[in-house]
Design a protein around this ligand. Structure first.
Ligand SMILES: Cc1ncc(COP(=O)(O)O)c(C=O)c1O
Length: 437
């Protein structure tokens, strides 16, 4: 492959100068593997960016998108509709936690988060509680890069420079990671449910009448797989209900099977008022995101004369026909092949395998939930992030495309993987850890 000129593309969330002097390119994808320019296959340890659980080149999705582009390549969903957008919304509603059945479409997780926050404010406004404008997020949260998402989000680097653009009325819960109490927990840590009680303090501080919504990732993914303590989400639910605050689960990573249930909400038995989704809904083939609300949230906004636009919000590509075709095909395959159950089975294999790395060099913690895990490495002195980067480079040589954030390695393998592939991934990672300085 002739390397193209790399200078014009400003890469997102990437060390551009480093990449452009050490480029890592992929040129193909087949099943659970990416293909490198030299023809080598590398195992896709994070399912793309958590978005391709059915693997690459899935024939049913390819066929559905091909057929759709020939039949109807674009139609607006402002003032007209096309059948597939209604079909997909109905199908998503059937998978959603009980009582959530009204679906709004966006193109990405970031837009979906911003939409959910706006709908939360609009809902309270419509009910005569226009003073409820405050959003409570959580430290270390990633809710994408829209203005709502960076305001509610809690990753310092994503917020630092953009303070002037951030929403003014936000506060944050503490994150739930405390290695002293939960290092090497398998699945949900037993310590930490009480951290949800900080929400009561924030309610006392700001007054419930000013708070519209609490938004959390049920499992924090991007910051390095931080697993909710047993009882924590239940307590957030109780406190929100008591004070009339909407609870939003950002399920951009956990939605559509990652935790072995359609949504994390069903996995942990806690029903939020709004679920945000994206990524796996189309297996990453065409961008699509959205949010699912309780029916009465939708009904509260359906006011005024019938000809009135009820919500002044939407995107040109909300419910794009190609995304809907990809979404319908993805959900069909997930259902027909029982792949969510398979993800649940593989979760146990991943848990057993990944925790066997505990005594390997540099490993300071291992966390897992559903078909996702993180291996945290102690930083090299004076060079935070260097070990993560080295693991990435050595992983690639050894046949793994790993994802690292600073010195944390996250894995979230495709649901179509075999048990052997999961075990092989972990054994290869073991070899990588032993070679890291
Ligand atoms: C929990 C969560 N919310 C929102 C987003 C943003 O999604 P997108 O990158 O599609 O805008 C992400 C992306 O990783 C995410 O993990």
């Amino acid at each position: 492959m002739n390397t193209p000129d790399l200078s014009a593309f400003w890469m997102p969330f990437t060390a551009n100068r480093y990449f452009k002097s050490h480029p890592t390119m992929v040129t193909g994808g087949q099943g659970a593997y990416f293909i490198l320019p030299d023809g080598r296959r590398v195992y896709d340890c994070l399912s793309g960016l958590w978005c391709t659980p059915l693997g690459h080149g899935r024939p049913e999705i390819v066929a559905a998108v091909r057929a759709q582009v020939g039949e109807l390549d674009f139609a607006p969903t402002f003032q007209v509709g096309h059948p597939k957008v209604f079909e997909l919304a109905a199908r998503i509603a059937r998978w959603a936690p009980a009582g959530l059945n009204r679906v709004f479409f966006t193109n990405s997780g970031s837009e979906a988060v911003d939409s959910a926050l706006k709908i939360a404010l609009a809902y309270h406004h419509a009910r005569g509680e226009a003073g409820r404008v405050r959003i409570i997020g959580r430290e270390r949260a990633y809710h994408g890069v829209g203005i709502g998402g960076i305001s509610a989000g809690g990753i310092a680097a994503n917020r630092r420079v953009f303070g002037a653009l951030s929403a003014p009325f936000v506060d944050h819960l503490p994150h739930t990671y405390d290695p002293a109490h939960m290092r090497f927990s398998r699945g949900q840590p037993v310590w930490g449910a009480h951290l949800a009680d900080t929400l009561e303090r924030l309610v006392a501080l700001h007054d419930a009448s000013t708070i519209a919504a609490v938004i959390v990732e049920p499992m924090q993914g991007s910051t390095g797989v931080i697993v909710p303590p047993v009882g924590y989400l239940e307590r957030l639910r109780e406190i929100c209900t008591r004070h009339g605050i909407l609870l939003i689960f950002d399920e951009v990573i956990t939605g559509f099977g990652r935790l072995g249930a359609p949504f994390a909400a069903q996995r942990v038995g806690v029903t939020p008022d709004i679920v945000v989704f994206a990524k796996a809904v189309t297996n990453g083939v065409v961008p699509l995101g959205g949010m699912i609300a309780r029916q009465d949230i939708y009904e509260a906004l359906m006011r005024g004369p019938e000809q009135t636009i009820e919500l002044f919000h939407g995107y040109t590509y909300s419910g794009h026909p190609l995304a809907c075709a990809a979404g319908l095909a993805t959900l069909e395959v997930l259902e027909k092949e029982g792949l969510i159950g398979r993800a649940a089975q593989l979760s146990q294999v991943l848990e057993d395998a990944v925790h066997s790395l505990r005594e390997e060099p540099h490993v300071s913690d291992i966390r897992n939930f559903g078909l996702a895990a993180a291996v945290e490495l102690g930083p090299r002195e004076g060079q935070p992030g260097a070990r993560g980067r080295e693991a990435f480079a050595r992983g690639l040589e050894a046949g793994l495309l790993l994802r690292f954030t600073a010195d944390t390695i996250a894995v979230a393998p495709p649901f179509i993987s075999t048990e052997e592939e999961i075990r092989d991934m972990v054994e290869t990672l073991r070899g990588v850890l032993r070679r890291i300085v």
